[in-house]
Write a protein that binds this ligand. Structure first.
Ligand code: DC
Length: 231
């Protein structure tokens, strides 16, 4: 039996709603697996910023799709380094986390042609890395349904609101937070189902787990998937 923790090729797909902790958990799991890390949400955020900079009407699907096609984006994939996100050569790492982006990103995420374009770019990045942990909303189902391990990371609404509130340093009111977490999930789930696990996807509920326990649980799922795949 070969352990997937040491095989040459390893793709781990992690999906989940806002505030489920999937970014920090996936990054740490990638570190421990000696794998690259892809934050696909950062790509949706980056192209949203590009649309805003170009003054694109977010209500026009065609205009959004064209702007997404034009946008040059670069997202770092080394989990050992601070994340950097470039849009048309400009460093927008901090900017894409601002509420004005969080509030508008669903307009891009619910435009089918924009998704198609980003999914193709994500597959290319995944293909270029022998070992990678990729996280988002449709990685287990659309981007990498053949991944070696597929995980849906969930958490109760209360836990997700609390985590996102801490992440934003208490700068948001309860209403703003609810809009950015539950409101956004509602909009985003119009095209993608990330609340229930597809066939073969393991659900991991992190509501009562701390960060380390969640990372360990992910690593165990990866290990188990590897031993089943090589049996
Ligand atoms: O994970 P995040 O909050 O940074 O994601 C930003 C937005 O991008 C979120 O509103 C949903 C969307 N998204 C998506 O539709 N599909 C993905 N694979 C990743 C993110």
């Amino acid at each position: 039996m070969t352990s997937s923790l040491s095989t040459d090729r390893l793709v781990v797909a992690v999906d989940g709603p806002s505030g489920s902790g999937k970014s920090s958990v996936s990054r740490e799991a990638a570190r421990r697996l000696g794998a690259a890390y892809l934050d696909t949400g950062a790509m949706y955020r980056a192209v949203t910023l590009s649309c805003l900079e170009e003054g694109v009407d977010l209500a026009s699907r065609q205009a959004v799709a064209e702007a997404v096609r034009r946008a040059e984006i670069e997202v770092s994939t080394d989990p050992e380094q601070e994340q950097t996100v470039l849009v048309n050569g400009r460093n927008v790492t901090q900017e894409i986390r601002e509420p004005r982006i969080s509030e508008r990103v669903s307009a891009v995420a619910t435009t089918p042609q924009a998704r198609e374009n980003l999914v193709a770019r994500q597959r290319e990045i995944i293909g270029a890395h022998p070992r990678i942990v990729a996280e988002g909303r449709d990685i287990t189902t659309v981007v990498a349904p053949d991944a070696d391990a597929r995980i849906l990371l969930t958490a109760s609404e209360e836990a997700r609101l609390r985590r996102r509130g801490l992440q934003l340093g208490g700068s948001q009111s309860a209403e703003q937070l609810a809009e950015q977490v539950t409101g956004r999930d509602r909009k985003d789930s119009a095209l993608v189902n990330f609340t229930s696990a597809a066939d073969g996807v393991v659900t991991l509920d992190s509501s009562d787990l701390d960060f380390e326990q969640t990372v360990q649980a992910v690593l165990e799922i990866v290990l188990r998937a590897g031993s089943e795949g090589t049996r």
